[in-house]
Each structure stands twice: as structure tokens, then as C-alpha cells.
Design a protein around this ligand. Structure first.
Ligand SMILES: NC(=O)c1ccc[n+]([C@@H]2O[C@H](COP(=O)([O-])OP(=O)(O)OC[C@H]3O[C@@H](n4cnc5c(N)ncnc54)[C@H](OP(=O)(O)O)[C@@H]3O)[C@@H](O)[C@H]2O)c1
Length: 257
């Protein structure tokens, strides 16, 4: 048994949604660094061009793939075009999501519907469309981004928590349906990662004190803390793992500090 070149993604085609910043950008770069051809998605062609340029200059095979990942018709058409051009799509990291914060009693019902539509319904529609391609080609890797809020309650995030908890359920349910077809389905569940999504919390002294005290590893996560798990879940080495939620949270959800 060879242990050479573990996590080698040469020849694989990967799509990463929400790849213009944060967890998606860091993970897309890591997938490309391990040999994959990576289609980097967000809504902004300009932002993606800025992200791709330095990676292409390093010789990595990345391409901008701008579309609204929450618009199922546009997203499905984009994936059909990728499969038509590349011949296959081996890995998808369904990572783009949005957040809105307000106390439960003040939470706008329209915001709740918007979050559930973006973070759950569109992920289900788009993921299923991709799964059809993967089943047809005989296999693939579907990776979702869950959250520790899929395990634990916290104030002000009712729409996000509902959608991420359901994503964890989808991972388990899809793994049962797709395992026999060669498609694995897993997710990462990040703790608090310093990105634009959490910008409202970065300078909140009370929150920072709570987080750094409550987290055994004593700090915010960085997007780079997530990328090794994504490379693993995309690779052949995760072939016996499906239906799992991989928590990366500095120990926050496993301790009572
Ligand atoms: N940060 C955290 O603490 C944390 C914790 C747990 C889970 N997560 C999850 O991790 C994932 C990434 O979060 P992040 O913190 O890296 O967020 P981020 O920095 O806000 O990045 C979000 C990315 O998604 C893209 N995006 C937003 N709407 C889109 C759409 N309709 N179509 C395509 N792309 C879209 C954004 O680009 P455009 O806006 O230009 O389209 C951007 O590239 C999310 O699923 C989030 O829920 C984050």
C-alpha cells in the first residue's frame, strides 16, 4: 500500500461556492494547491478576478465562476456548463451562506424566510442538481458548511440556526441515499471564524472576552483553520467517511470551561 501523495487531487474538478473571501477562498486555494482544478464562485466577477490572479500566478488551476448560488436556475445552468466543458465535477464545497442577527421577538419574518431560502432550500436544490451529475458519473464528494450553531443554542441567530441545523440533517440523510452510488456527503461545522460574516462581533469587547475565555484554544478561528479538513473531505483518503459533521471549533462545543 502506497502512502505517497496522500490528499493528491490531481485530475479532480472542484466547485467552491462563496470562494471570494473567508472560508471559501482559503479552501479553494488549498484544493488547487493539492492539484484540483477549482472553479471559484461568488456573485462578483470583479472580486473573483482579484482572488484568482495571485493563485494563477503561482501556477494553480483556478477559474472565476460567477453566479448567484442561491438562484437554482442560474446555479444549475452554471454546473451543467462546467460538466459539459470539463467532462466531470468531482467535488463541490457548498459553502456560501448569509447571516442576520436580531432577538427572537424582533426577528423579521421576511429575514427568517430569506435565510432559510438561501442557507437551506437553495443548498438542497443546488446540491441535489450536482448530486445527479455525480451519480451519473459514478461518484463524487459533496461537502457542506454547517456550524456549531447546528449543535448549540445562542441568542439572536434563529434563522441561521434553523438552516444550519437542517443542513446537518441533510448531510446524514443524503449520505444514506447516495453512499451506494459512490457519492459521499459530509460537512464541516466551524466555530467562530474571523471573516466578514462575523464582522459585527470582531470589535465587540464583551463577545471577544467571552469567546477567547470560553474556547479552550483561546482564540478566534481563521479561514485557514478550515482548509485542511476540506482537502481531506475532497480527497480519496476520506473515501470511508460519509454522513459526518466535522467540528472545528477550538474545543468550544466539547468543554464546559
Ligand atoms: N465565519 C464564521 O464564524 C462561520 C461559522 C460557522 C459557519 N460558517 C459558515 O461558513 C461559510 C462561509 O462563511 P464565511 O464566514 O467565510 O463568510 P463570508 O466571509 O461572508 O463569505 C461569504 C462568501 O459567500 C459569497 N456569497 C454570498 N452570497 C452568495 C450567493 N448568493 N451566491 C454565491 N456566493 C455568495 C460571498 O461573496 P459575494 O457576497 O460577493 O457573493 C463570499 O464569497 C458559510 O456557510 C457560513 O455560514 C461561518
Amino acid at each position: 500500500m502506497s502512502t505517497k501523495k496522500l490528499f493528491d487531487l490531481t485530475g479532480r474538478v472542484a466547485l467552491v461556492t462563496g470562494a471570494s473571501r473567508g472560508i471559501g477562498l482559503s479552501s479553494a486555494a488549498a484544493l488547487a494547491a493539492h492539484g484540483a482544478k477549482v472553479l471559484m464562485n461568488s456573485r462578483s466577477a470583479e472580486d473573483l478576478a482579484v482572488c484568482c490572479q495571485p493563485l494563477q500566478a503561482e501556477g494553480l488551476a483556478v477559474e472565476a465562476c460567477p453566479f448567484d448560488a442561491f438562484d437554482i436556475e442560474k446555479a444549475a445552468a452554471a454546473v451543467d456548463a462546467i460538466v459539459a466543458k470539463e467532462g466531470h465535477l468531482d467535488v463541490v464545497f457548498l459553502n456560501a451562506a448569509i447571516q442576520a442577527r436580531a432577538p427572537l421577538m424582533d426577528f423579521d419574518s421576511a429575514d427568517f424566510s430569506r435565510l432559510v431560502q438561501a442557507n437551506l432550500v437553495s443548498q438542497w436544490e443546488f446540491g441535489r442538481h450536482i448530486a445527479r451529475h455525480m451519480v451519473r458519473q459514478g461518484g463524487g464528494r459533496i461537502i457542506f458548511t454547517g456550524s456549531i450553531l447546528g449543535f448549540m443554542g445562542r441568542e439572536n441567530v434563529t434563522g441561521y440556526t434553523a438552516s444550519k441545523t437542517a443542513i446537518h440533517g441533510i448531510v446524514r440523510q443524503w449520505s444514506a441515499e447516495l453512499a451506494g452510488k459512490g457519492v459521499t456527503v459530509n460537512a464541516i461545522a466551524p466555530g467562530y471564524v474571523k471573516t466578514q460574516l462575523t464582522a459585527a462581533l470582531h470589535n465587540d469587547e464583551k463577545f471577544n472576552t467571552w469567546l477567547t475565555t470560553r474556547t479552550p484554544l483561546g482564540r478566534w478561528a481563521t479561514p485557514e483553520d478550515m482548509r485542511g479538513a476540506i482537502v481531506y473531505l475532497a480527497s480519496q483518503e476520506s473515501g470511508y467517511m460519509t454522513g459526518q459533521i466535522l467540528t472545528i471549533d477550538g474545543g468550544l462545543t466539547t468543554t464546559l470551561l
